[in-house]
Design a protein around this ligand. Structure first.
Ligand code: ZN
Length: 247
């Protein structure tokens, strides 16, 4: 076997042609901060050369401890622009579309045009619930990852499959429509660890080697270095995917 850019990844069973499969798809990533920045970098490194990234934030000094794509000189700059710059430095073939605005019903189809799936790596509940509803509505698969203090959550919602939805539901079934999160602490290593798992789950989804992960949610106790998995369960009362009707 000749050595190429992806040789060490290709040696792993099931990963032989993962770079080619990633290269044939486009992936939409919401958020390029602590999770989305590193996750997009790992994906481009693995061969995912077609990426859409959305973030309307600018780089702040308080981001630098965990948002490892950014440097002191980048403070005040647009995150998506800096992120794109770093991704192109990693692989000049990378085709990166940037969305320097909030993803809403109005621009969702433009953001996800020709995309295999959406990764929601945003940092607020309003965006998470909104992205979940939009992915569900348009039947686009969603990977959700989030860190709250010393806990994290990772799951794949196969919205392209009606059987999946009837059995396992959506992110809102899990979080509830009124879910809120208080500002919580986060360390660089915690954000990076969860980014890495989200990137690997994306590689497995694109390569269709996720059978054992379908319908599961992974809960990380980052303090204890422990990961537990549970089965997702559809809520019939869910206002997104359930039978709930407004009175
Ligand atoms: Zn639901």
């Amino acid at each position: 076997m000749s050595v190429n850019r992806y040789t060490r990844q290709q040696i792993i069973q099931g990963y032989q042609d993962i770079d080619k499969k990633l290269g044939q798809q486009r992936i939409a990533i919401v958020g390029c901060g602590g999770l989305g920045g590193l996750c997009s970098y790992l994906l481009v490194g693995a061969g995912a050369l077609n990426i859409n990234i959305a973030d309307y934030d600018h780089i702040d000094e308080s981001n630098l401890h965990r948002q490892i794509l950014y440097r002191e000189k980048d403070i005040g700059e647009s995150k998506v622009n800096c992120c794109k710059h770093e991704l192109k430095k990693l692989d000049r073939r990378a085709n990166v579309n940037t969305f320097n605005n909030k993803i809403t019903q109005e621009n969702f189809l433009d953001f996800t045009k020709n995309c295999r799936l959406v990764l929601d790596l945003s940092d607020n509940m309003e965006t998470r619930l909104s992205i979940n509803r939009l992915c569900y509505k348009h039947k686009i698969d969603l990977i959700h990852a989030s860190v709250t203090g010393e806990n994290a959550l990772l799951s794949y919602f196969k919205f392209s499959d009606p059987d999946f939805i009837s059995k396992y539901g959506c992110y809102e079934c899990l979080a509830g429509e009124n879910a809120t999160i208080k500002p919580n602490g986060i360390t660089g290593p915690y954000a990076s660890a969860v980014s890495a798992f989200a990137a690997n789950l994306t590689m497995q989804v694109v390569s269709d080697i996720i059978q054992d992960k379908l319908g599961k949610i992974y809960l990380f106790d980052l303090k204890k270095f422990a990961i537990k998995s549970f089965s997702l369960k559809k809520s019939l009362q869910c206002k997104c995917c359930g039978n709930y009707k407004e009175k």
